[in-house]
Ligand binder design. Structure first.
Ligand SMILES: C[S@@+](CC[C@H](N)C(=O)[O-])C[C@H]1O[C@@H](n2cnc3c(N)ncnc32)[C@H](O)[C@@H]1O
Length: 159
């Protein structure tokens, strides 16, 4: 299975770069993982609501330009469905069983995801009602994908 993670902005923090690289390495035997970073829209700190919508829409267009038509898209959204790790594992397993070979996880930028991206998403997944910084979210997500793969293979991992 090809798992692609699309996120907004260049990852800068060294500890996040290293943590993500570690989980991508661990995921090697389970799936092909690709990380796609789209540029964030440069904007002043203070924006009107209309300007914020424009920023999010532009970032959304960049995200969607990397989404293939046949890909199954899971958008990370605070208001999305709440799944356990086992439910995420079961979802990925089911996709593989029914022949989906390309799964895309999408993480928004600091202002979130556009309506167009949310509309394209096949699933909206919430990691709870807390707001995570978008760069940290990438590390949390790769760990959960790794956990899901271990669950699906029946392999031991931290409870
Ligand atoms: C800083 S958050 C954006 C906050 C923005 N106000 C919103 O409501 O989407 C950046 C991105 O990280 C992801 N994210 C942050 N917290 C999340 C959570 N609890 N569950 C799922 N995704 C989350 C989402 O993809 C979000 O677009």
């Amino acid at each position: 299975m090809h798992i692609q993670i699309i996120s907004v902005g260049k990852l800068k923090e060294k500890y996040l770069v290293q943590g993500i690289a570690e989980y991508v390495k661990r995921l090697g035997p389970y799936a092909r993982i690709t990380l796609t970073e789209v540029p964030d829209e440069k904007a002043p700190e203070v924006l009107s609501a209309a300007e914020e919508r424009q920023v999010v829409a532009r970032e959304g267009e960049r995200i969607l330009s990397h989404v293939k038509d046949d890909a199954h898209v899971v958008a990370l959204a605070i208001g999305g469905e709440l799944w356990s790790s086992e439910e995420l594992a079961a979802h990925i397993d089911k996709l593989g069983t029914y022949g989906t070979s390309h799964v895309v996880f999408v993480i928004g930028g600091s202002l979130g995801l556009s309506d167009a991206v949310l509309k394209r998403a096949d699933k909206k997944l919430s990691f709870g009602r807390l707001t995570y910084p978008h760069q940290l979210m990438r590390l949390v997500l790769v760990e959960q994908i790794y956990r899901a793969m271990r669950i699906n293979r029946g392999e031991p991992y931290h409870k």
